[in-house]
Design a protein around this ligand. Structure first.
Ligand code: CO8
Length: 375
């Protein structure tokens, strides 16, 4: 029996209402740092504490390419007496914030895919964090949409979205699901340490979603055949958060900096770029393609210099914005959703037969890719 063709038949993007520019973020961080240094002047003078350094808009733009980010809740982030977003706790009977944004993206993906809830057999919520362990956010979304079948959450930090698509592809290929909804509600702002000069600018919130199904059932306008998926992980402590279900029992400060996102950014940059380039080259080779055959690269969006370097390594020349679109200037790093945002905003112009690559890389380390072909 010929192997079943699997397609991405629709995608959706939900962008939060609130935007924070670098200038706003730097102004509040610097005011907080001044206040901290004044309040701890004596300990800093005694060498017991280190003074907080100033942040700068110029550094952020040059080092990362990020100019702004969207957040679910702006209130609190810029308040120098709070330095974290404010999320009112919701009752068990209310929709959770993460399910709310997942739903918003999912509805757009279903519409683009020309699908009803009754056409979907499985829901995967794949992202860097879920706001609780259980019941799964995916099952909450499944219930809200009225989908039969099953749902589950999966966490793979920056590669959650591509790893989620990988699972969905395999499920459709194997016949265990006819159509799968993969959603990436990246609600990351609660885990950002807005008091850390080196990382306060990196992240933004967003939600993306895709419908994966067999080519035989797909009816949407823009369909991409998934030629294959490839995933790799290699353990590294260079990007880490120690917050977890054990935190309460460990009798340590649950708000300590190590319980939030922290990284050795320079090492990540140096180690991940060659890994990602080699991974992509090997993946393309599996189908007899070279990098020159790729019409569009929807790459992970963590740092513009990383993307430029990786594509230059692959192509042996600079890539144009049309070949490898950048969205992190506006959205910042949105954990696993970056390449999905790029796809959402830049796929409708591709012609039948064009080859594209979706790729993520980040904490774990983890790298995930899909080679796809416009139908
Ligand atoms: N303003 C001014 N100066 C600064 C600032 C700032 N905001 N930050 C750092 N500096 C200073 C440093 O202190 C340093 O000073 P000195 O030379 O005196 O020591 C100097 O600038 C240079 O610092 P770096 O070497 O750290 O600067 P880089 O050029 O390496 O840029 C970056 C820093 C932008 C962080 C860069 O290293 C980078 O982007 N690396 C890649 C990181 C990456 O891709 N990480 C992936 C993380 S995302 C992920 O995996 C998902 C995790 C799950 C989501 C978590 C959500 C919360």
């Amino acid at each position: 029996m010929p192997s079943k063709s699997v397609v991405i038949s629709g995608s959706g993007l939900w962008t939060p209402e609130y935007k924070i520019t670098n200038a706003e973020l730097v102004e509040s961080y610097n005011a907080w740092a001044d206040q901290y240094n004044q309040q701890h002047q004596h300990e800093i003078d005694q060498g017991e504490l280190t003074g907080k350094p100033q942040s700068s808009v110029e550094f952020i733009e040059k080092a990362s390419g990020i100019k702004s980010r969207y957040v679910y809740a702006k209130e609190g982030v810029l308040d120098i007496n709070r330095m974290k977003p404010r999320f009112p706790e919701r009752s068990d009977d209310e929709l959770s914030q993460q399910a709310e944004i997942a739903l918003a993206a999912a509805k757009k993906a279903l519409k683009a895919a020309n699908k009803q809830a009754s056409d979907i057999d499985a829901v995967i919520v794949s992202c860097a964090y879920t706001q609780r362990s259980y019941p799964a956010i995916a099952i909450e979304v499944q219930d809200a949409l009225g989908i039969e079948g099953f749902g589950f959450d999966m966490l793979v930090a920056c590669s959650a979205a591509t790893f989620g698509l990988h699972r969905a592809y395999e499920m459709v290929k194997a016949g265990s699901a006819g159509a799968v909804l993969v959603i990436n509600p990246e609600l990351v702002s609660p885990q950002v340490n807005y008091c850390d000069r080196d990382s306060h600018f990196i992240f933004g919130d967003v939600a993306t979603a895709m419908v994966i199904e067999g080519a035989d059932t797909a009816t949407s306008e823009h369909q991409f055949e998934v030629l294959g998926t490839k995933a790799v992980t290699k353990y590294s402590n260079n990007i880490r958060s120690n917050f977890g279900f054990m935190s309460r029992a460990q009798d340590t400060d649950p708000y300590a900096p190590d319980k939030l996102f922290h990284q050795n950014g320079r090492s990540v940059f140096k180690e991940v770029c060659p890994m990602a380039a080699a991974h992509l080259e090997a993946h393309l080779l599996q189908y007899g393609f070279t990098t020159a055959d790729v019409r569009r690269w929807w790459l992970h969006q963590a740092n513009i210099n990383m993307n430029l370097l990786i594509v230059k390594k692959l192509l042996g020349r600079d890539a144009s914005a049309d070949e490898a679109p950048i969205v992190l200037d506006e959205y910042a790093n949105t954990a696993s959703a970056g390449s999905m945002i790029a796809f959402n905003l830049h796929h409708q112009d591709l012609q039948s037969g064009d080859i594209g690559v979706l790729c993520s890389f980040g904490a774990g380390y983890s790298i995930g890719s899909l080679v796809i072909k416009k139908r």
